[in-house]
Design a protein around this ligand. Structure first.
Ligand code: AVJ
Length: 312
């Protein structure tokens, strides 16, 4: 049994305003639904970042100003192919570097490594499974500069206070001159954002409800998925997309393995996710707060998303 998940479920469902963290969305089923989301026409961030890394790989690499062998360390590499365009460019230019993808999922890392070995046999890849910062410390070497990748807009899931401590942790584990390329979703027409999280096909709803299904299966709960709805809202001023599950009736749910009984009022909500959108001045601000200098922002053609290059 996953203890921190268990503890977070208990504290989240017993607090006055119920919440469950989106970091628990990604079990095998949740990861599969997230891949469906990335394939939806409404969910623009994936294509934006793909466009940036395809069209601007050489600009990004020159902006690092690395002149000798370096490392690319990717946090949350997943089993996806986000970084393929960048890696392919570097390999085709015969640039000397090691690629160190890190993920908590062994399965994801194995899939990724096998794909890359087939498609880019010349690539030097040193995959790692485990805690980001333990690994970062382990592979840190003053003589070899690093480019850290934190892509996909995952930063958007962190609360304002968590953002700064996460970025400070990155900073602390980097050497002077190392770079961080961080994917950040930008404020834009609020309708575009709302549609990306409130898709007509109900895939994002299923993504959220999967968390209840996960609690049922891991902790022997009896959530009836049909008794919950999904609601999400975008506030264009704060840039915050907030997602919730809504209890459709007054009900009592028991979660046996946690010794927990949870009562819901009709229309009571469980807050599940924050997906914050930034503007450029906020990016400057959070970078400066955690002691980074923004080197350059790389945008897609619609300027929906940025891969922002920072220097320690
Ligand atoms: C993977 C965190 C970037 O917040 O946009 C997609 C997750 N949630 N649709 C995001 C997500 C709902 C996604 N991130």
């Amino acid at each position: 049994m996953d203890k921190t998940f268990a503890q977070d479920v208990i504290s989240g469902l017993t607090s006055k305003e119920k919440k469950l963290s989106s970091k628990y969305f990604y079990d095998d089923e949740g990861s599969r639904i997230f891949r469906e989301i990335m394939g939806m026409p409404e969910y623009y961030p994936t294509n934006c970042e793909l466009e940036i890394l395809t069209e601007q790989a050489s600009n990004i690499v020159s902006a690092t100003q690395f002149s000798k062998h370096f490392k690319i360390i990717e946090f949350g590499a997943g089993d996806g192919f986000k970084t393929f365009q960048l890696l392919e460019y570097l390999v085709s230019e015969n640039i000397s570097f090691d690629y160190i993808p890190i993920d908590i999922s062994q399965e994801a890392i194995t899939t990724l490594s096998e794909k890359l070995k087939k498609q880019l046999p010349e690539l030097s890849i040193k995959p790692q499974v485990g805690d980001y910062f333990e690994i970062l410390e382990k592979v840190s070497n003053h003589n070899v500069p690093s480019l850290l990748l934190f892509l996909g807009g995952n930063i958007g899931n962190y609360q304002p206070d968590e953002v700064t401590s996460l970025l400070e942790l990155f900073n602390k584990n980097m050497n002077k001159g190392d770079k961080l390329l961080i994917g950040i979703d930008l404020k834009k027409n609020p309708n575009t954002i709302r549609t990306a999280y409130n898709d007509d096909g109900g895939i994002t709803k299923r993504f959220n409800l999967n968390l209840l299904r996960r609690i049922n299966s891991e902790f022997d709960g009896n959530f009836n998925i049909d008794d919950f709805d999904f609601f999400c809202s975008y506030n264009p001023f704060s840039g915050e997309v907030k997602s919730y599950l809504v209890s459709l009736k007054e009900q009592l749910v028991s979660i046996k393995k946690l010794n927990l009984e949870v009562s819901f009022q009709k229309n009571e909500m469980i807050w599940t996710e924050l997906s914050k959108k930034y503007d450029l001045s906020e990016i400057q601000k959070v970078a400066a707060q955690s002691d980074f200098k923004v080197t350059q922002n790389f945008f897609d053609s619609r300027e929906y998303f940025t891969d922002s290059l920072w220097e320690k």
